[in-house]
Design a binder for this molecule. Structure first.
Ligand SMILES: Nc1nc2c(ncn2[C@@H]2O[C@H](COP(=O)(O)OP(=O)(O)OP(=O)(O)O)[C@@H](O)[C@H]2O)c(=O)[nH]1
Length: 304
């Protein structure tokens, strides 16, 4: 043996994983809880997630790269089709698929549809998670675990709560154990591949969604025109657009006397301050891009 022999990585494991499940089962919340910072926006309104965002979880013995997918559903618009393409691509690439079912809802046809879909990708290992575990009693949880167990062959079935932080360490341990032996895939201080601009746009979209009425969520996109660093070297001015599909929606977003827009701005500003090192000053502008979800050119411009 010589002094220059490379240190063996021992049992260090690293790989990619994705959470799948019906809309609103808590996939994004779980991603953020595991990464320890808001990487993916969440919302009580279904189908909030639009892009494959990576969050990276670091442990001494391994690394998990989480790819957040938009969810499997039958496409009704061009946006829907593009989102499904992202999902298909993701599912064939990852090392582990973690299928999620919420503890507070019975397993149903929507879950079976997704299990069938992931069955078409034989390469990844598969585990099942019962999310929002803290919302039900022991009996219901046990029942749910049984229902999930019967759906397919899983490497593990684990109840978790992202909000209460229940079983998250167990989950990370199980996931790392399923990953291939590998050197780290990302530097130790990196928790996402998203740029500041991308994260800023998502935080504005989250704030707008939180305040939107039922008919609006799918019509909202956010773009960033510019981020300007002031001479003080620490204050950033962020110029963002909230893009909607119709003039009437523009009115809704702005609200009476600009009140709703002001609220959106304040909420997004608070979140931006949390992810920035210095101060940020957010300017919001509302724009109409007619029927952007069906228009290939507009979709391209909005980054889909
Ligand atoms: N009580 C409870 N609620 C949770 C938990 N995890 C997520 N939620 C809530 O469930 C809702 C949906 O969470 P998301 O993380 O956005 O769900 P998602 O599966 O990513 O949703 P899509 O983006 O629509 O696919 C939000 O209101 C969360 O606060 C949990 O552990 N406990």
């Amino acid at each position: 043996m010589t002094d220059t022999a490379p240190e063996t990585s021992g049992s260090y494991r690293a790989g990619f994983l994705t959470f799948v499940g019906r809309p609103n089962v808590g996939k994004s919340t779980l991603t953020n809880a595991l990464v320890g910072e808001k990487i993916v926006i969440t919302s009580p309104k279904p189908q909030t997630t639009r892009r494959a965002v990576r969050g990276i979880v670091h442990r001494p013995d391994g690394q998990l790269v989480i790819v957040d997918t938009p969810g499997l559903h039958r496409p009704r618009t061009l946006l829907g089709e593009r989102l499904n393409d992202v999902v298909q691509q993701t599912l064939s690439d990852v090392d582990v698929i973690a299928f999620c079912v919420p503890a507070d809802e019975k397993v149903g046809p929507g879950d079976r549809f997704i299990v069938e879909q992931i069955g078409q990708f034989p390469r990844p290992r598969r585990i099942a998670l019962v999310t929002k575990a803290e919302t039900v009693g022991r009996d219901v949880l046990a029942q749910r675990l049984l229902e999930v167990d019967e759906l397919a062959e899983w490497d593990a079935v684990i109840p978790v709560s992202a909000i209460e932080g229940i079983q998250l360490d167990t989950l990370v341990r199980e996931l790392i154990a399923l990953m291939p032996e590998s050197d780290p895939l990302y530097p130790a201080d990196m928790i996402t591949e998203e740029s500041f601009e991308q994260r800023a746009a998502e935080l504005v979209r989250e704030a707008a969604l939180a305040d939107a009425r039922e008919e609006l969520p799918h019509s909202i996109a956010v773009t960033i025109d510019d981020v300007v660093l002031r001479d003080d070297g620490s204050t950033r001015e962020v110029y963002a657009n909230i893009v909607v599909e119709r003039d009437s929606q523009k009115g809704i977003i702005i609200g009476r006397g600009g009140e709703r827009l002001r609220r959106i701005r304040e909420t997004a500003q608070r979140e931006l301050d949390r992810i920035s090192e210095g101060r940020t000053i957010l300017s919001l502008h509302v724009k109409v891009a007619k029927e952007w979800q069906r228009d290939p050119k507009q979709l391209g411009r909005l980054g889909f």
